[in-house]
Design a binder for this molecule. Structure first.
Ligand code: AMP
Length: 396
């Protein structure tokens, strides 16, 4: 479903490697938790310092630098990431993300496009309660001036901060804004806000993004404290939160503009914007809202075979090759148990082969949807018969 939505908008799939040179991720920022504390890194047998990817944006930027595709380059990915975290509900050491990156344009329309793709994906899953929180970190100079001001402010109230908060203050005052500790929250409530430092360009960009989202009917919650984990963000930052989930783990996705990353990785100055959605958390949100339950595909046909003629193997193979979803039982179960399994599989038709049918090379076709009379069909005609009754599934 994710692939459908993003490929309709022209995003092509990329498959970044799970193992990368540590340098690719070190660029995410010296002060970033993902780099300093959460990376699974090691020296391999050849003496190379490598890491299991903690996220995929840096790898997409790295492959962009190596292959220099035409601009704008728009790509999507999905797959596992690894972070050394304290595992708990919604926070794992191996977790899946799917995401998009759009490189090569500063047009605010692209910020709006990527946000709306994620929004549409959550809606397509059936999630009713997703909050979109948006902020802007301004241009790098705005962000630097704001970080300085924040540092000065927090230093003036350092004795009221938590001990961990004082360490954060020394390393990166910006991170104090998303501290979950009560002491830090109380102090930071009085802190200066980033919008006081936005340049006219940053303000215009932000206004354009808000207007575009409004025009698409996507509601926005503005939060000046949204700074997000990675150091490379500029201008727009956003997060999707599920109010149905526990506060600390309620972010089901997030992203933003990262106009400096490609350059940091040795490429030409190239603006970029993207998001990553947490797959497990999104599924938790679906569970919490009791929507989007993902059922396995329903079977078109279930072959119930109580004979010893091998009919189940032959018929199910022939039907699968013809494009039908076909299931069967194993281990010579009783008729009753195989019929129950056909029910559970949601099969439209049951093809029944007992010893009598096996002896005459026939099958009894029962329509599981309604109580219509059963038909007896010769086994060689089964595929053709099913073709007349059902339309093959094309989205396998
Ligand atoms: P990030 O790459 O940190 O911006 O994270 C993007 C999204 O990935 C978050 O909003 C979460 O939904 C998900 N995520 C991040 N870290 C984890 C984790 N350790 N376990 C599960 N999901 C995670």
């Amino acid at each position: 479903m994710f692939a459908d939505i993003v490929s309709r908008a022209g995003y092509g799939e990329v498959v970044p490697p799970i193992l990368e040179d540590i340098g690719v991720f070190a660029r995410l920022g010296e002060q970033t938790d993902v780099v300093t504390k959460e990376m699974y890194d090691f020296v391999d047998k050849g003496g190379r310092h490598v890491a299991l990817r903690p996220e995929q944006t840096a790898s997409v930027a790295r492959l962009f630098v190596e292959h220099r595709p035409t601009l704008p380059f728009r790509a999507w990915y999905s797959g596992p990431n690894f972070r050394y975290e304290k595992p708990q509900k919604g926070r794992y050491r191996q977790f899946d993300q799917c995401g998009v990156e759009a490189l090569g344009s500063s047009d605010p329309d692209l910020d709006i496009e990527v946000i709306s793709l994620a929004w549409d994906f959550f809606a397509a899953l059936g999630l009713q309660h997703v909050d979109l929180v948006v902020n802007s970190l301004g241009e790098p100079t705005d962000r630097a001036a704001f970080t300085d001001a924040l540092g000065r402010f927090a230093a003036s109230r350092a004795d009221e901060l938590s001990e961990a908060g004082r360490t954060t203050l020394e390393k990166n005052p910006l991170r104090l804004l998303d501290s979950k500790r009560a002491d830090d929250i109380a102090v930071m409530a009085d802190a200066p806000t980033i919008d006081e430092y936005w340049s006219p360009t940053a303000r215009d960009h932000h206004d354009a993004v808000l207007q575009g989202l409004h025009a698409l009917g996507i509601p926005v919650i503005e939060d000046r404290r949204l700074v997000r984990g990675l150091d490379y963000y500029r201008f727009t930052t956003f997060e999707f939160r599920s109010p149905a989930l526990d506060g600390a783990q309620n972010a089901i996705g997030g992203g933003g503009r990262y106009d400096g990353l490609v350059e940091d990785l040795g490429g030409p100055p190239t603006p970029g914007v993207g998001f990553a959605l947490g797959v497990e958390r999104t599924l938790l949100a679906c569970d919490a809202e009791e929507v989007g339950r993902i059922h396995g595909p329903q079977a078109d046909v279930f072959v119930v075979d109580t004979s010893t003629s091998g009919a189940a193997l032959r018929i199910s193979t022939a039907l699968r090759r013809a494009g039908y979803r076909c299931e069967r039982s194993y281990d010579h179960r009783s008729m009753k148990s195989q019929m129950k399994a056909a029910d559970r599989a949601g099969a439209t038709l049951a093809l029944i082969v007992g010893e009598d049918e096996a002896a005459s090379d026939t099958v009894l076709v029962r329509d599981m949807r309604h109580d219509s009379p059963q038909s007896l069909v010769h086994q060689t005609d089964v595929v053709e018969y099913i073709r007349q009754v059902l339309t093959p599934q094309s989205d396998v």
